[in-house]
Design a protein around this ligand. Structure first.
Ligand code: SF4
Ligand code: SF4
Length: 494
C-alpha cells in the first residue's frame, strides 16, 4: 500500500487552535481535531491510509479520518509518497508583447510605482547611508551623473510612467535628500497631474525626506497636493544623533523634531510614516516606537535593519537580530490587542506582513524591483529600484527609450526563486523569496544571492505574523477583510 507523506507546510498555533501555512501556495487553513491528528500521524511516520485510520481508531470514526485525509490531500498538505511533489514552473511574470507599434516591454505586469531620484546629494551625512558610505553602489560625489535631475528629465520620467502603467500610477520622489530639488518636485507634480488627466489615468505622489528642509511653504504644498510623506528618523535625540548627523558632525534631532511636528499638525489627509533604520547601536525598538508615536505624533512607524556589509561596527549581528525579534514580538502583541479592540496601532511592519499573508502572496521575486517598481536616476536611466538608480550594472533602460526587454528578461531569469537553492526547502520563501536585492548585493556582491545572514530572523518574524493573523481571523476577521477592499498601493520606498 502506498504511504502518505507530508508535503511542505508550516504549522502554527493561534487562538487555541492549530493552523497550517502551505508552501508554496501560501494558503492558510485552520485545522480541526481530526485533520490535525492525521497530519501529525503522517508527519511522525509516513504510512498508508489504512495505517493512519488504525492509529487514530481510538479517537475518531474511520469515516471522519478518511474525510480528513481527503481534505489534506486536496490542500496538498500531504501526498502519496511515490508521487513527485507538485513542481512550480519557472514562469517569468512578463512576456514581451508585439503589437503594431513594435515590441513592447509590457506583458502582464504594468509599472505601478516609479521612484524618481530627483537628486543624489544630501545635506546630512548619516554614517550608515548606503549612498555615501563604504557600501555605495554609485559614486554620487565624483561620478558622471548630474547631482540634480533637470525639469525635462522629470517630465520625460512622468511620460515614461504614464506610458508603462495601467490606470493607476504612483510616483515617489526620492534622493539623496529629496527636498534639495523641491522646484523640480513641485513642477513635476503639476505636470504629472495634467498629463494623467489628459490620458484618463490616475496618479498619486509621495516622497521620502530627512525632514531637515521642511518649511511652511513646502508643508503647504504637500498638504494641498495630497503628497504622501515618509520621514527617515531613528528615534529620540540620543539615537537620532548617533548616526543621522550633518556634514559637520552635528546631530539633526533638534532641527527635525519641530518641523515634523508642524507637518503632522498640518498634513492630515494621509498618514505620515516614520521609517527607522535599526543598527547595532540603536536597537531599543520599544523606546523608539513610544517616542515617535507619543512624543512626536506619528501614526505609522516602520523599522528596517540597516543594509551594510558585516564588517561595519553598526551592522546587526546574531544577538542583535534575536533582540530585534524579541522586541518586534512584544510590539506585535500590543498591535494585536489594539486591533482586536478596533483601536489603531502604528507598528506598520505587522500591517504590511498581514496584508501579504491575507492576499496569499507567494513570491517568485522578493519585491517589485525590476517589475512593477523601477528607479530612475538623475539623468533618466532606469534601474531595478531607487537603490540601484544610476548603477550601469543594474540599468534596465532609460525614460526616453523605455525599458530594454532583453535586459529585463535577463534580470528576471537570473533572480528567480527557483534558482535560489538555499531557499528551496524553506517554509518562509513565499513571503521572503531570498530578500532584498540591494542587501544581497552589499553582503554577497550579487543580487542573485539569498540573504542567508537573516534567515532565522525572517522565519521568526514570519511565524509571529502568521500567529497574529490566526488570532485576528478568529477574533476580528472584519479587520482582515479591509485588505480585500484596499486598492493597489504604492510599495513602501526606503
Ligand atoms: S533567504 Fe532564508 S528565510 Fe528567505 S527564503 Fe531563503 S532560506 Fe528562507
Ligand atoms: S526590497 Fe531592496 S531591491 Fe526591493 S525595492 Fe526595496 S531596496 Fe530595492
Amino acid at each position: 500500500m502506498i504511504a502518505l507523506a507530508p508535503r511542505e507546510f508550516h504549522l502554527f498555533q493561534a487562538a487555541q487552535r492549530e493552523f497550517l501555512y502551505l508552501v508554496p501556495s501560501a494558503a492558510i487553513f485552520a485545522l480541526d481535531e481530526p485533520t490535525s491528528a492525521v497530519l501529525r500521524a503522517v508527519t511522525e511516520q509516513k504510512r498508508p491510509e489504512a495505517a493512519v485510520i488504525a492509529a487514530l481508531a481510538g479517537r475518531f470514526d474511520p469515516a471522519i479520518v478518511r474525510d480528513a485525509i481527503a481534505d489534506l490531500l486536496e490542500a496538498r498538505a500531504i501526498g502519496y509518497e511515490h508521487e513527485p511533489e507538485a513542481s512550480f514552473p519557472r514562469v517569468l511574470p512578463m512576456m514581451p508583447v508585439v503589437d503594431r507599434a513594435g515590441p513592447s516591454r509590457t506583458g502582464v505586469i504594468p509599472l505601478t510605482t516609479m521612484v524618481m531620484n530627483v537628486t543624489n546629494q544630501c545635506n546630512l551625512a548619516c554614517t550608515y547611508c548606503y549612498e555615501y558610505g563604504e557600501d555605495k553602489i554609485v559614486d554620487t560625489e565624483n561620478g558622471k551623473k548630474p547631482k540634480f535631475m533637470a525639469e525635462q528629465t522629470a517630465r520625460d520620467s512622468v511620460e515614461f510612467l504614464l506610458r508603462e502603467s495601467g490606470s493607476v500610477a504612483h510616483l515617489t520622489f526620492f534622493g539623496g535628500e529629496t527636498l534639495l530639488n523641491f522646484p523640480v518636485l513641485q513642477s513635476t507634480v503639476a505636470y504629472g497631474r495634467r498629463r494623467a488627466a489628459e490620458l484618463g489615468k490616475s496618479i498619486d505622489f509621495s516622497l521620502t525626506t530627512n525632514a531637515t528642509l521642511l518649511r511652511p511653504d513646502i508643508i503647504e504644498f504637500l498638504v494641498e497636493n495630497d503628497v504622501g510623506v515618509t520621514i527617515s528618523i531613528d528615534g529620540p535625540r540620543d539615537m537620532q544623533d548617533k548616526f543621522r548627523v550633518f556634514h559637520n558632525g552635528a546631530g539633526s534631532y533638534d532641527v527635525v523634531a519641530p518641523k515634523i511636528k508642524e507637518l503632522l499638525k498640518r498634513h492630515r489627509t494621509k498618514p505620515i510614516a516614520a521609517r527607522v533604520t535599526l543598527t547595532s547601536g540603536t536597537l531599543d525598538i520599544t523606546r523608539i516606537y513610544r517616542h515617535l508615536t507619543e512624543e512626536i505624533g506619528f501614526v505609522e512607524v516602520g523599522f528596517a535593519p540597516v543594509t551594510t556589509s558585516p564588517g561595519q561596527a553598526y551592522a546587526i549581528g546574531e544577538h542583535g537580530f534575536d533582540s530585534m525579534l524579541g522586541q518586534f514580538r512584544v510590539l506585535a502583541q500590543e498591535w494585536l490587542e489594539h486591533t482586536i479592540a478596533n483601536r489603531h496601532h502604528g507598528f506598520s511592519n505587522v500591517t504590511e506582513s498581514l496584508e501579504e499573508i491575507h492576499k496569499g502572496v507567494s513570491k517568485a521575486y522578493p519585491c517589485g524591483a525590476g517589475l512593477g517598481l523601477l528607479g530612475v536616476s538623475t539623468d533618466g536611466d532606469v534601474a531595478l529600484c531607487h537603490r540601484f538608480a544610476g548603477s550601469d550594472a543594474h540599468k534596465l533602460g532609460t525614460v526616453r527609450d523605455g525599458v530594454d526587454p532583453e535586459a529585463q528578461i535577463a534580470f528576471l531569469e537570473k533572480n528567480h526563486i527557483a534558482d535560489k537553492t538555499d531557499c528551496s526547502k524553506c517554509w518562509a520563501r513565499p513571503l521572503c523569496s531570498g530578500g532584498c536585492y540591494h542587501e544581497a548585493h552589499v553582503r554577497y556582491g550579487t543580487t542573485t544571492h539569498p540573504n542567508l545572514h537573516y534567515c532565522e530572523w525572517i522565519r521568526g518574524w514570519t511565524d509571529t505574523c502568521l500567529r497574529v493573523y490566526g488570532e485576528l481571523s478568529e477574533r476580528n476577521p472584519g479587520f482582515l477583510a479591509r485588505f480585500d477592499r484596499d486598492e493597489a498601493k504604492a510599495e513602501a520606498v526606503v
